[in-house]
Design a protein around this ligand. Structure first.
Ligand code: UD1
Length: 429
């Protein structure tokens, strides 16, 4: 199993290119199942989750191809992936594949909408809470689906096809919004989704669906109105820049007192995060070519943060802000309101010398003078990158184990960080 070794103390300076967003790329790939024509996605990140999803889609009968790189092109420029689901040959998404990535459960929506039946294993993914699927099932039932459970599989049928319905989500769910939205594009009549997720990745998928011929009103708001159409067609779509990768590298730079330009970043998807950085004494400005991050204040100032659905502070940046605050001059309060078990990084950060007190859904992070390198274990995708941020300023060497979590969501992280001055390397085996 690969490990990452980091020797702390270097200041990060230079450019980091931001990849396409994992959380947009995955549902965009799944949307290709809605049409018998090819969907071409550009600016695709090179991630383990993308490769796994290509495998899952191939299992459904889709052809997927990866365009070759042109000589001399930017090594960090995204891939082009073409997915052609001319015919769906299998409406089952098996346990062996779905259990490895939660988002693959989302094939349920397009399969049901297009083939009127689907059998999809209950999902796996990061262990950051119970993560039920009740919202998905209720939404599909509101569109006329009959849903049953069979040996760990969701079995859904819509004889005669899905029909429009009214869906009111009790709580904002990104995945359930994706699934309901995709399913509604091919349902007969009008579907209204209330309390829909407004995450930029949902907007990106909706914009791609519109290019494919879907009729969607209210994009970017919490009420989506969809008029179902007979069929969707092929399209080409660039994947939105990854706001979580952007925020992560911004905090890595801030942690080291550095100065980096995050090329290709979209500051307009990070308002809540930028406000918190401002409070912390980190300056963020848009410049030609990208987003510039510099530590403006001598010391990192403590902050008070509560995770919220978009446009609030993202839960996917909670572990990283906690890492940054371990070195703040004072005590920060970090409250997690989206997932109940998303503090697994706390004990690992403590191994590096962080002083964090947990009280239910709230962490009190008491800034310390210094951190010390140690062997640590990645527990989930975002938690693992928080350990990298801390290790960048820890005295001595940190050995990060179980880096397959990182590879699921961060493209060539060690190369990107090494290119701006970090002392970081991957050790295979
Ligand atoms: C997506 C993101 C993940 C991010 C999360 C919240 C992808 C691939 N993953 O995950 O990175 O952390 O949004 O921004 O885009 N819930 C239910 N019942 C359901 C569905 C969800 O109770 O049927 C709850 C969850 O347990 C959680 C909350 O709703 O407490 C939000 O989860 P959700 O937005 O659905 O997360 P994901 O779509 O899985």
């Amino acid at each position: 199993m690969d490990r990452i070794l980091i020797r702390g103390g270097n200041v990060l300076c230079g450019n980091i290119h931001i990849s396409g967003a994992k959380n947009a790329a995955l549902p965009l790939m799944i949307a290709a199942l809605l049409t018998d024509e090819p969907l071409t996605l550009t600016n695709m990140p090179r991630l383990a989750d993308v490769s796994l999803l290509r495998k899952i889609l191939r299992n459904q009968g889709a052809d997927t191809t990866l365009a070759g790189k042109k000589a001399g092109s930017n090594p960090f420029a995204g891939d082009t992936v073409r997915i052609h689901a001319r015919e769906i040959t299998d409406t089952t998404a098996p346990y062996e594949l779905v259990s490895r990535m939660r988002a693959s459960f989302w094939v349920l929506g397009p399969l049901l909408a297009r083939c009127h039946e689907a059998r999809v294993s209950l999902p796996g993914g990061c262990a950051i809470g119970t993560r039920p699927v009740d919202f998905y099932l209720k939404a599909l039932e509101a569109m006329g689906a009959e849903i049953g459970m069979d040996a760990g599989y969701v079995v859904a049928r819509a004889p005669g096809g899905l029909k429009g319905g009214r869906i009111v989500f009790p709580k904002v769910s990104v995945g359930a919004t994706h699934v309901a939205l995709m399913a509604a594009t091919l349902a007969r009549g009008e579907t209204v989704i209330e309390n829909a997720a407004r995450e930029p990745e949902v907007t990106d998928v909706a914009e791609c669906l519109v290019k494919m011929g879907a009729q969607i009103g209210g994009i970017g708001t919490s009420t989506l109105t969809i008029q179902g159409v007979e069929r969707l067609h092929g399209a080409e779509h660039p994947v939105l820049a990854d706001r979580i990768e952007t925020g992560t590298y911004a905090m890595a730079a801030a942690m080291t007192g550095g100065d980096v330009l995050l090329t290709g970043a979209r500051a307009d998807t990070l308002d809540a995060f930028i406000a918190v950085m401002d409070e912390a004494g980190v300056s963020i400005s848009m410049e030609e070519g990208g987003m510039r991050v510099r530590r403006a204040a001598e010391a990192i100032r403590p902050v008070s943060v509560e995770t919220r659905p978009y446009p609030g502070f993202p839960t996917d940046l909670q572990a990283q802000i906690m890492a940054l605050m371990t070195r703040a001059a004072g005590t920060s309060t970090i409250r997690e309101t989206i997932f109940e078990n998303r503090f697994m990084h706390v004990q690992e950060l403590a191994r590096l010398g962080a002083d964090i007190t947990l009280n239910g859904d709230t962490a009190l992070v008491h800034g310390v003078e210094g951190l010390t390198g140690a062997p640590v274990m990645a527990t989930d995708l975002r938690a693992s990158v928080s350990l990298v941020i801390a290790a960048l300023v820890a005295n001595g060497e940190t050995e990060l184990n179980r880096v397959y979590h990182l590879d699921r969501g961060f493209e060539t992280l060690e190369k990107k960080l090494a290119a701006v001055g970090a002392d970081i390397e991957r050790v295979s085996g």
